[in-house]
Design a protein around this ligand. Structure first.
Ligand SMILES: Nc1ncnc2c1ncn2[C@@H]1O[C@H](COP(=O)(O)OP(=O)(O)OP(=O)(O)O)[C@@H](O)[C@H]1O
Ligand SMILES: [Mg+2]
Length: 268
C-alpha cells in the first residue's frame, strides 16, 4: 500500500516526576504509517499509548526524536505552520461527552472547525451540518440537540463528524470506542472502515482491546512499558507472533472469553 505519510524516528518522552524521579513513557519509538492504512496500537494501561498520541498531535513536546509528516519534521515547525498543519491531523477522544462542549448545539460543534479555518460561510452552515451528519449516519434532526440529549454512540458520531469536517488526512482515535458498549463499538468501527474507504484517510486506532483492533487494522503495533515490542502485518495471524508479550495479551483476551463462557454455563 501507498507511500509513508507518517514516519516516527526514535521518539522518546521522559517525564520528571514531583520527587525528581524520571519516567520514560515512550522509549525510542520508530515506525511508519502508509497513506490510507489503519494502524492499531495496543498495549496495557500505562504503556505509553496516549503519550505517543499527544506527541503526534503536538500537544506534548518529545524529549527526543523526529515526527515526519510527508517527509517533513513537524517538530521544527513555527506557530503559523502548525496552525496550517492542524486540519490534516485530527483526533477523536475516549470520552465522547467530555470532548463536546455541553453548551453548544451539535450544528455548532461540527461546523466550528470550518469557521475557525474560514472554510465555511454562515449561509452554508445548515447544508454543511446536514452533510456531515449524514456522513456519520445521523439524521439532520440531531443538529439542534445538545450533548446531554445524545447517547454515547451518537455523541461519538458527532465527535467523528467534527474531526472529519476539515477533511483530515490522518485521524487518530485514542480509545475512541472504549466507553461504549460492545454493539455500539462495532457500529463505530464499521463507520470508520466505511469512511476510510470513501476518503482514503489514514487511521491510527489506539486501544487496549487487542481483539477489536485486530479485526480491522492493516498493521498492529504492540506497546509495553514505553517500547514497541511487536509489529504485526494484516496477513500475519496474531497466534503466530513470537513475542511473549503479544501472546500474554492474546491469552488475556481468551481467558476473558473463558470467564464469560463459564459464567453463562453457571447461569449468572
Ligand atoms: N504528564 C505526565 N507526567 C508524568 N507522568 C505521566 C504524564 N503523562 C503520562 N505519564 C505516565 O506515563 C506513562 C504512560 O502513560 P500513558 O497515558 O501514555 O499510557 P496509556 O498507554 O495511554 O494508558 P491507558 O491505556 O491507561 O490510557 C504512565 O506511567 C503515566 O503515569
Ligand atoms: Mg491512554
Amino acid at each position: 500500500m501507498g507511500e509513508p505519510i507518517l514516519e516516527i524516528h526514535d521518539l522518546s518522552k521522559t517525564f520528571v516526576l514531583a520527587n525528581k524521579e524520571q519516567l520514560t513513557a515512550c522509549d525510542q519509538l520508530s515506525f511508519s504509517v502508509n497513506k490510507g492504512e489503519t494502524v492499531g496500537i495496543v498495549g496495557e494501561s500505562g504503556s505509553g499509548k496516549s503519550t505517543l498520541v499527544n506527541m503526534l498531535m503536538l500537544m506534548e513536546p518529545p524529549t527526543s526524536g523526529k515526527i515526519l509528516y510527508r517527509g517533513k519534521n513537524i517538530l521544527q515547525l513555527e506557530h503559523k505552520a502548525i496552525w496550517k498543519l492542524r486540519p490534516a491531523i485530527q483526533m477523536v477522544f475516549q470520552s465522547p461527552m467530555a470532548s463536546i462542549n455541553p453548551r453548544m448545539k451539535v450544528i455548532d460543534v461540527i461546523t466550528e472547525p470550518l469557521f475557525n479555518y474560514k472554510r465555511l460561510q454562515s449561509k452554508d452552515k445548515k447544508a454543511k451540518a446536514r452533510e456531515l451528519l449524514e456522513m456519520v449516519e445521523l439524521s439532520e434532526e440531531y443538529a439542534d440537540r445538545y450533548a446531554h440529549q445524545l447517547s454515547g454512540g451518537q455523541c461519538q458520531r458527532v465527535s467523528i463528524a467534527r474531526a472529519l469536517a476539515l477533511q483530515p488526512e490522518i485521524l487518530i482515535c485514542d480509545e475512541a470506542t472504549s466507553a461504549l458498549d460492545v454493539s455500539v463499538q462495532k457500529n463505530i468501527v464499521d463507520l470508520l472502515i466505511k469512511l476510510q474507504k470513501q476518503t482514503r484517510m489514514t487511521i491510527l486506532f489506539i486501544s487496549h482491546d487487542l481483539a477489536l483492533v485486530q479485526s480491522f487494522a492493516h498493521k498492529l503495533l504492540v506497546m509495553q512499558r514505553g517500547k514497541i515490542v511487536d509489529c504485526l502485518e494484516e496477513e500475519q495471524s496474531l497466534d503466530t507472533s513470537k513475542v511473549a508479550y503479544t501472546k500474554t495479551l492474546l491469552n488475556s483476551v481468551y481467558s476473558l472469553t473463558k470467564v464469560r463462557k463459564q459464567r453463562l454455563a453457571d447461569g449468572h
